[in-house]
Design a protein around this ligand. Sequence first.
Ligand code: NAD
Length: 473
Amino acid sequence: MDMFIAGEWRAGSSRVAVIDPYTGETIDDVPVASTDEVEDALAAAVRGADAMRRLPGSERARILGRAADLLDERADDVARTISREVGKPLAEAAPMPSRCAEIIRLSAFEGTQMRGETLPLDAHPGAEGKLGFTLREPVGVVVAITPFNYPLLLSVHKVGPALAAGNPVVIKPATQAPLTALKLTEIFLDAGLPPEAIQCITGGGSAVGNALCSDDRVRKISFTGSTQVGEAITRVAGVKRLSLELGATCPMVVMPDADLATAAEAAAVAGTVNAGQVCISLQNAVVHEAVYDEFVERVGAAVAARRVGDPQAQETQVGAMIDANEAIRVREWIDEAIASGARLVVGGETDGAVMTPAVVADVNPEMRVVRDELFGPAISVGRVADLDEGLRLVNGGEYGLAAAIFTQDVSSGMRFAREAQAGNVHINWTPLWRADFMPYGGVKGSGIGKEGPRYAVAEMTELKTVIVHGVGA
Ligand code: NAD
């Protein structure tokens, strides 16, 4: 596919292949944008800001509604594209288009709710006789940079609110999986969006991403990706709004009174969905010593039962990682843990980009499989004596996206909710759960800002304060 810049599809002067990670086949190619093309995109986006500002909220909502319907109509093609460019099981990709159509509809609604308020200026001595109110206005050019793992979901969580709030958006999808975002761009154009209000630029992150992030015409960067790249963006962004949805090592505490069968079954799914390449994937099970052996046995059996194979086969639950090097890296981290005293309970066999899902028991917090973001299909299990120790482990890491606890005890659950340093806390489920309308985002190394259409619209708008002087008492 070509990229969409300044109102036209452009082939670019050089191209990069898009590879199916499972088969190794080239499924398509896309342009590598030059600096001139990034410049064209930004100049067009500034014109797009004018066009969007002139569109009434009702019209923006109508366009987004049409885009949602088109996404529903094209669901099969979009799901297959996601599955092939990511190596994600088709069964996982299939519900994505309809879920994302709903996010677009939700965004359309939130874009019609950009309210201000009147200010009680008489509370300020000497301000009687003045009238104050706030207006919520579009922020301006939004740059949306997305990772490879959820190419539709994470694009829609940015593009939907950006457009709904009256902004133009420049999408920079991940190099490995750009096709879905290009198809999404096509959908918004077919839905009647002013062409300069959306651009989709393909090419390398460091060149294209850096050029976009450092430009003063951009008023807001909405980035989802690694903590390393997020930090690089903060260094070049200058004075503009930033939302950073970054990495994680999500933990789950299992207390002695937990429903162990449910905890183990849910953990096996939460650690292996999308081959573990999910920011809220379960990485670290932190298990009370009283139920440790039983939990390890149960989770080992549940993980072993996950069906690994061809992502295109309906029955497959665990497909490929994004490339073979990633599978090798994850296996190396597991080997390193084993060499330091951990025990491989199940899995860990690699074949190209596929790794059979693994459970690694008897870990400690110094091991890389625990400390650093693994982003692969493996769950580490460590033993603790009580909730105090569990909380110390949960809060001892660099990240804070989502954390979970399984317990029947209300006090333990509530204490965990208050004390766990994470943007989302789950009681009696794993970290891997999200309703799209809820506020979603991390603390510490996991980032800043919240997504979810209502919160994203707020972060993609500016509040202007207006004072009318001398209007009388
Ligand atoms: P990545 O950080 O390598 O790349 C993300 C995007 O940034 C890509 O589009 C890439 O091309 C671009 N990029 C690279 N260098 C850049 C630069 N210097 N300036 C601007 N953009 C640049 O991440 P990835 O490997 O695609 O995805 C995996 C990561 O994403 C994991 O760390 C995962 O936790 C994170 N993630 C976080 C969330 C969340 O909601 N917190 C959700 C999904 C993924």
